[in-house]
Design a protein around this ligand. Structure first.
Ligand SMILES: *Cc1c(COP(=O)(O)O)cnc(C)c1O
Length: 390
């Protein structure tokens, strides 16, 4: 199909913001990854390396093209993949590396890009949780051969659902364009309309839906088929559902264009919130991540380790704390049949430990100083994990 004028306008605006010449908009972020993988020629029998601390929807496109995901463990401070472990995971079948900027913390890109160069492998940046983070002055998303963003409810900037792939590589852009012309399907008026209605309802009543209640409601509605969910039951299976390769609707594109105009405000709010969280957490003797001065992360939510995650999750709604639980398992969410996705428990011990300990705190545009104070008081009441222990 050919893109509508509204979708093109969003693609152009987003490309301009990122500073890359080519952007392609999709129904979801995972569809953008699928387009990138297909266009890089990743297929049956190939392997793709990514961190074992991700969401299953990110792994699905790898399975859909017939490739095998290979999981590399993360380092415990930024939750990002360890470059040496990427190198160790490379085999003759490896076809691509995914660098996921977890929570918005930039990956060690120079090391990862160097491995890619040395081994002749393309590096794809997963920017679904990182809007505006920089590494040595370079915007995340502009360093690899291609990058993708998600605009799903929990992401730094949202149209309910949505995704985009960007690249500076003309040849790759040409291949993505042909693939879209050939097989991208347009969302039906009903599907697009349902999403637009949901956006209105969520904004009015239960935004942000990361509260436990809203999440549960949302998952239930998804199960009974009442929403255009970000993850219907069939997407917990590694076979591609019909109509997966879907473009962005006009109403998503229009909402996206409005969001794009507010990106800079969104980013400066997140920068302020991170500083605030760090101050509040230091006051409570919570160890705060010491980052090298060449990274400037813009976080989606503030991750923090607690002594008793189950208790925190159970008590947060009663205390009106919007506690985020991801990632609950190496391939979030917990419903994922991990063996079907080639993950064997024990593969990534640091990631598994993070799943047991990490919760995340809100920093979206409606969260203010008061939200941060209440959230930090709450997690401090749960307590921090013991040094080196569980
Ligand atoms: C949300 C997310 C995705 C997938 O985005 P969708 O728009 O839901 O398909 C991929 N990677 C990461 C790290 C994410 O958080």
């Amino acid at each position: 199909m050919t893109q509508s004028a509204a979708v093109r306008a969003f693609e152009d605006a987003f490309a301009r913001w990122v500073g890359l010449p080519h952007a392609f908009a999709f129904w979801k972020g995972r569809v953008a990854l699928y387009a990138i993988l297909r266009s890089l020629g990743v297929g049956v029998g190939d392997e793709v390396i990514l961190p074992g601390y991700t969401c299953v929807m990110n792994v699905n496109p790898i399975k859909y093209v017939g490739a095998t995901p290979i999981y590399a463990d993360i380092e415990p401070l930024t939750y990002n993949v360890i470059p040496d472990l990427i190198e160790k995971a490379i085999t003759p079948r490896t076809k691509a590396i995914i660098a996921q900027h977890t929570y918005g913390y930039p990956c060690e890109m120079d090391e990862i890009l160097e491995i890619g160069r040395r081994r002749g492998l393309p590096v794809i940046e997963d920017c679904c949780l990182s809007l505006g983070s920089t590494y040595k002055g370079r915007l995340c998303g502009t360093m690899g051969v291609a990058a993708y963003w998600s605009f799903q409810w929990n992401k730094p900037f949202t149209m309910g659902l949505g995704g985009v792939a960007c690249t500076a590589d003309r040849e790759l852009a040409g291949r993505i364009e042909s693939l879209c012309a050939e097989s991208l399907v347009r969302p039906s008026a009903k599907t697009a309309g349902m999403l637009a209605l949901q956006r209105t309802i969520y904004r009015a009543f239960i935004y942000p839906r990361t509260t436990a209640l809203a999440t549960r409601l949302f998952r239930w509605l998804t199960r009974v088929g009442l929403v255009v969910g970000s993850s219907s039951t069939e997407e917990f299976s590694p076979t591609m559902p019909d109509g997966f390769f879907m473009g962005m609707s006009d109403s998503q594109a229009k909402a996206g264009l409005r969001q794009t105009r507010k990106i800079d405000r969104n980013i400066s709010h997140r920068r302020r919130m991170r500083q605030l969280y760090e101050e509040l957490l230091r006051e409570r003797n919570c160890p705060v991540v010491d980052l090298p001065e060449y990274v400037d992360p813009v976080l989606v939510r503030y991750p923090v380790r607690v002594a008793d995650k189950a208790r925190a999750v159970a008590e947060a709604p009663g205390r009106l704390v919007e506690l985020g639980t991801w990632f609950e398992c190496p391939l979030h969410p917990i419903e994922t049949p991990m063996e079907a996705y080639d993950y064997i428990v024990g593969m990534c011990p640091e990631a598994e430990k993070a799943c047991r300990e990490v919760v995340n705190l809100p920093m979206h545009v409606r969260a203010a100083r008061r939200t941060a104070r209440r959230s930090v008081e709450f997690v401090a009441g749960i307590g921090w994990p013991e040094e080196g222990g569980e």
